[in-house]
Ligand binder design. Structure first.
Ligand SMILES: [Mn+2]
Length: 355
């Protein structure tokens, strides 16, 4: 396991100097943030970013994300050109030490919450999703927390209409079409593709989603069998779907060598519908059993990258929602403890935790 930490580049309010002081963090997960979706990344910028990290003793082996253009997801327009650009990006990144690319295939929204600053009982705040609040959102005049800067309501309306004609099966076909052209480049360069599951794992506003469950992942790996076609096991995303057996999925896909990257975070179910809030990483604070998940990964030979996913804002920090320093650093430390225990106990054959 390699512990990493997400870093939003030089404009991130959290410095590499702070990140390197978190115990056990060996690398950052980052990206270039000024490239239009679908474009080719400038090699000199990739080299400069890798150099910055290296100078601070941190590796840059994971990129999150190289975004997938909507034309590729919709299977229309300039998709072949954008796929060629994507392949070129894989080659460029490989030349600068990148081993794993996290990406997603969610139409339009790659995450959704209804509250970016839910105040918790302890005074911290975190992201939350309320099924009741979501039901009140007007799809014809969409304003969603965290999205108003990315799209205008009329742009959103246009995109949603374009997706109405695309079935779940068609979206899956388009994903396979993309991977059939990208994975050979990964096989050649040794880069692992790690798809991020849908967040949350259900259809929204009638637009399809295709990476929400174990059945979806099985279908994806069967369609493109190379081991470089793998998964970002995002426990909070998959875990929001209450029928998903996260411990079982961690065990199964780690055993298959498909878990290239793990986003480890906890969520708490807050009602009997689909509502949840994000919590600290500690098992008793949420609804997911983080120890069982880590033990399942370790027992099944997981040797990929890990990062503590979303934390709360604590200790007065006013960080980017989900991406403050303090709670994610606590999360990294807690997860390191779970991994150390799992690795030692399993090596001694002394564990009774996990599947
Ligand atoms: Mn995630």
């Amino acid at each position: 396991m390699k512990m990493t930490f997400r870093w939003y580049g030089e404009s991130d309010s959290i410095s590499l100097d702070s990140i390197r002081q978190i115990p056990g963090v060996r690398g950052v997960v980052t990206a270039l943030y000024d490239v239009p979706v679908g474009g080719v990344w400038k090699e000199s910028s990739v080299a400069a970013l890798a150099r910055l990290c290296r100078e601070k003793g941190l590796e840059m082996e994971v990129i999150e994300s190289v975004p997938v253009h909507e034309d590729i997801k919709m299977g229309c327009g300039r998709r072949d050109e954008y796929i060629a650009n994507y392949a070129e990006n894989i080659r460029i990144l490989a030349r600068h030490g990148v081993r794993c690319v996290c990406y997603n295939f969610m139409p339009v929204f790659d995450w959704l919450r209804t509250d970016m600053h839910r105040v918790n009982a302890d005074g911290s705040n975190s992201l939350a999703y309320s099924a009741e609040d979501f039901a009140r959102v007007d799809p014809d005049n969409l304003h969603l927390p965290g999205w108003d800067e990315s799209y205008t309501p009329s742009q959103l309306k246009g995109l949603l209409e374009a997706y109405r004609g695309i079935s779940r099966e068609k979206l899956f076909e388009n994903l396979v079409y993309f991977l059939e052209r990208i994975i050979p480049v990964c096989d050649e360069t040794g880069v692992k593709m790690a798809i991020h599951p849908d967040d949350p794992p259900w259809n929204v506003f009638g637009i399809p989603r295709t990476v929400s469950s174990e059945a979806d992942l099985d279908a994806l790996f069967a369609a493109v069998p190379s081991k470089n076609n793998g998964l970002t096991l995002c426990t909070g995303s998959l875990g929001a779907g209450r029928s998903n057996d996260i411990v079982g999925m961690a065990a199964k896909y780690a055993a298959q060598g498909r878990v290239h990257f793990a986003h480890l975070r906890n969520i708490k179910y807050t009602d009997d519908a689909d509502s949840f809030c994000e919590t600290g990483h500690y098992t008793p604070d949420g609804s997911l059993d983080m120890a069982e998940i880590v033990f399942a990964l370790v027992r099944n030979g997981f040797d990929g990258y890990v990062r503590p996913d979303h934390g709360r804002n604590i200790w007065g920090e006013d960080g980017k929602p989900g991406y403050g320093l303090y709670d994610r650093a606590l999360g990294a430390t807690y997860l390191n403890g779970l991994f150390e225990a799992a690795e030692k106990l399993i090596a001694r054959g002394a564990d009774k935790v996990g599947k």
